[in-house]
Design a protein around this ligand. Structure first.
Ligand code: ADP
Ligand code: ZN
Length: 431
């Protein structure tokens, strides 16, 4: 089932023609903005010379700091009266940045979100509870309008207020939720504490996104709730959620290439990598009037999954995001991403649903300290068993990622629960 079968199954050649036409339009719009005008001049590039998609590589990258420098409206390409909404990034890694939308932009955005929703088999018969924060964050309103377009019954629950969320599940028969993976892991514990079996609820699906998480975490969430979980990717610079979404095959996320030109680059050299290799995702928004963003370095690490998808959509799929380039930790000379540690933890049944990674510097060496909650059925204080478990996790981490962290096992509920994007890594090295 498609939302827009013509565009979702467009042949690659026509897609590339469409991309080029839209790219030229976006570049022209960008050149009208005060920020990009100077940006391109300083880089000595003439965007009118971009005649093929390959020429895009001659243009400089836009980075998060450019969005900050252009604050508040240096990248706006339309008269102010045509702008109907703004959002701002959540500022996970510093000062937030502002994004603008015209009515066309909002409508088109809702359209690609609807594509993703429909690709997972959701219909107007579904009750969609949106548990992402509403407001400046794009996760709330972004999915909201897409789900309304599909015709779902939409509950704009926002995040937090956990008991009320559970009440809504029961009162309105919620079938689909949109939630961060970390919040879903907290929520399921609260559901159980209420004496409710999560499997007895009407829930069928979850859309999980806004933060990196491992395949093992997806599996765990699916088992705990007895639902299907789909990966959803986006970032405010590129509208927000909806940039890429999994279909029912759950094998990578279709990135809507009629909206975004995607490149995978080597984060160090900035050069494009051959298809299928892992690197940093770079996106050019080619379907936003209010604010074109050219070759934006997302800092998110992924790769294109080669080959066609059985669903028939022709838009390429990206693999689950491994993390941001700046999430990488170097431990004893080994490069480690939190998602790799998470895989080991979430594959250990005795481990609970919450953990924290603490980085410390001890006599000039980086040390990792993992604080992890136990599964409540495990926690009965048998010291021998706990010791054995600590050893088992330690061995796995050594075998799989050759690191040797200190592991602390905690009582369930001891770590602060996440209601939105979880803060997994606490870096004490900079103090
Ligand atoms: P901020 O950059 O301040 O966190 P956003 O709210 O725009 O602002 O967050 C977008 C970022 O969230 C992405 O660049 C990516 O790092 C992360 N993200 C979003 N969806 C996913 C996902 N499905 N998997 C992994 N990371 C994700
Ligand atoms: Zn597919």
């Amino acid at each position: 089932m498609y939302w827009n079968s013509e565009l979702e199954t467009i042949d690659r050649k026509s897609l590339q023609e469409l991309q080029l036409a839209r790219l030229n339009r976006a570049l022209e719009a960008a050149s009208r903005t005060s920020y990009y005008k100077k940006f391109f001049e300083d880089a000595g590039v003439d965007v009118s010379k971009v005649k093929t998609l390959e020429h895009l590589q001659d243009l400089p990258f836009t980075v998060k700091n450019d969005l900050r420098l252009s604050y508040p409206d240096g990248m706006v390409a339309v008269p102010k009266r045509d702008i109907v909404r703004m959002h701002a990034s959540s500022g996970t890694t510093g000062k937030s940045t502002v994004i603008y939308y015209t009515r066309h932009d909002l409508d088109e955005w809702a359209g690609i979100v609807a594509r993703g929703i429909v690709a997972t088999g959701t219909t107007a018969d579904d009750v969609f509870q949106n548990m992402m924060g509403y407001g400046l964050f794009t996760g709330g309103l972004g999915l909201h309008y897409g789900a309304e377009k599909v015709g779902c019954f939409v509950i704009p629950a926002s995040s937090g207020n956990t008991l009320k969320q559970i009440q809504f599940f029961q009162d309105f028969g919620t079938t689909v939720i949109h939630i961060t993976p970390s919040y879903s892991l907290h929520l399921v514990e609260v559901i159980r504490e209420q004496g409710i079996d999560p499997h007895s609820l009407t829930l069928k699906k979850a859309y999980l996104g806004a933060e990196p998480y491992s395949e093992a975490t997806r599996d765990r969430i699916q088992d705990l709730y007895g639902i299907q979980a789909y990966n959803s990717y986006g970032l405010s610079e590129m509208n927000g959620p909806g940039v890429a979404f999994e279909c029912i095959h759950k094998n990578g996320m279709h990135l809507w290439e009629d909206f975004y030109i995607a490149e995978i680059i080597d984060p160090v050299t900035g050069k494009q990598l051959p298809d299928g290799e892992e690197g940093e995702l770079v996106l050019t928004h080619i379907n936003r009037e209010a604010m074109p963003v050219i070759r934006y370095r997302t800092r998110d690490l992924t790769r294109f999954i080669p080959g066609p998808c059985p669903c028939g959509r022709t838009h390429r799929r990206i693999e689950r995001i491994k993390g941001r380039t700046d999430d990488m930790m170097i431990l004893g000379g080994v490069n480690v991403f939190p998602s790799q540690i998470e895989t080991v933890l979430m594959n250990t049944p005795e481990v609970g649903n919450n953990y924290q990674l603490i980085l410390e510097r001890v006599s000039n060496l980086d040390k990792l300290h993992i604080r992890v909650e136990l599964n409540s059925s495990m926690f009965h204080g048998d010291l021998k068993e706990l010791d054995a478990l600590r050893k088992k996790i330690g061995e796995q981490l050594r075998a799989l990622i050759t690191i040797n962290p200190r592991i602390e096992l905690l009582e369930p509920g001891s770590l602060p629960p996440s209601m939105g994007k979880a803060q997994r890594v606490i870096d004490n090295r900079k103090i």
